[in-house]
Design a protein around this ligand. Structure first.
Ligand code: HPA
Ligand code: ZN
Length: 342
């Protein structure tokens, strides 16, 4: 993937302090860990080798990806399984120059098969605490609702999460977007807002009603951030709305190249050059074979980004985050020092 990137540039990008804002913890399940967890939990997998698992990673759109993604989660059963998943990701992210991450998790993908909410969140939380202490990386959780399930189930999940309010910074919406508009979850997001959660939402690439879904997310739900959302380029009014509200866009170029025919580099770079709050992220790195820095390097290779554009993307990743102003300031100053060679 980074074949034609100069080694010194790859090193520069890996060392550049970055935040990751679009990362599904369940999408970090590498085949090696999947085998270890299957053994721990006495589960027989249909595949025998890591290569065989990777051969099942053939996606042509979001739906075909999700058909591989959800069944793989059956190996996640006990709190320590969720802990190991998150801790392995945080270790890799730390090595990749990620200083702060706001990570999605899908509780319904686990509670729906009988795993208690408490097992999921306690495992993730203990990994966050350990990673903070041992690696110095900071992490927050964003709880996503599955949009292809009912609004009532989402509301019940929100209620189940309330005792853990302090461990969850915001809520999001993911899974299959077709026929599942933001409006379907208006009451759930309104309640989440009242409970003090920040709001974000997937507006996936090239969906049948992408523009209308983005409009609903911005005007009816009042999101604080948009996940993907690059289809705003088709409607100048949406571009201006995103700009006026200061909304961050969490773009995932390598993921885009798996679920559509393109990385959407022209759209991403065009929005960056118009000074929108564009960020780069890995989405589901175990499935798309690219962690955060790989996404910066892949977009650079495709679009010929200059170093100052790469640095702007790193700055944006913190500016679009939900860090306090004081911490944001600290990370931006770290970038300045890094770029100045200090
Ligand atoms: N879109 C929707 N659902 C998802 C995604 C995504 O990018 N990744 C994991 N679940
Ligand atoms: Zn995603």
């Amino acid at each position: 993937m980074t074949g034609t990137v100069r080694p010194d540039l790859a090193e520069f990008v890996r060392g550049l302090p970055k935040a990751e804002l679009h990362l599904h913890l369940e999408g970090t399940l590498e085949p090696e860990l999947k085998f270890r967890l299957a053994e721990r939990n006495g589960i027989r997998l249909p595949e025998r080798t890591v290569d065989e698992v990777r051969q099942t990673y053939r996606f042509h759109d979001l739906t075909s990806f999700l058909q591989v993604y959800y069944p793989a989660m059956e190996v996640l059963q006990q709190p320590r399984d969720f802990h190991d998943l998150a801790f392995e990701y945080l270790t890799r992210a730390h090595a990749d120059g990620i200083r702060h991450v706001e990570m999605f998790f899908d509780p319904q993908a686990h509670t729906g098969r009988g795993v208690p909410f408490q097992s999921v969140i306690s495992g993730y939380r203990s990994a966050i605490v350990q990673a903070r202490r041992e690696l110095g990386i900071s992490a927050e959780l964003i709880m996503c609702f599955l949009r292809d399930h009912s609004a009532e189930y989402a509301m019940a999940t929100l209620m189940e999460a309330l005792p853990y309010r302090d461990w969850i910074i915001g809520v999001g919406l993911d899974s299959d977007e077709r026929g599942n508009p933001p409006r379907k979850f208006a009451a759930v997001f309104a309640r989440a807002r009242r409970e003090g959660f920040l709001l974000t939402m997937h507006c996936d690439i090239d969906q049948p009603d992408s523009k209308e879904h983005i409009r609903q997310a911005l005007e009816e739900i009042g999101v604080d951030r948009l996940d993907h959302g690059t289809n705003i380029v088709e409607d100048e009014r949406l571009v201006e709305l995103v700009r006026a509200k200061g909304i961050g866009l969490t773009c995932c170029p390598v993921s885009n190249s798996f679920v559509t025919a393109h990385m959407k580099s022209d759209e991403i770079v065009g929005l960056l050059d118009r000074d929108l709050l564009v960020t780069l992220n890995s989405d589901d790195p175990a499935y798309f074979g690219a962690y955060a820095a790989d996404n910066y390097l892949a977009l650079r290779e495709q679009a010929g980004l200059a170093v100052d554009q790469l640095v702007r993307l790193a700055r944006n990743s913190f500016r679009a985050s939900w860090l306090t102003p004081a911490r944001l300031d600290g990370y931006l100053r770290e970038i300045d020092a890094y770029v100045a060679g200090g």
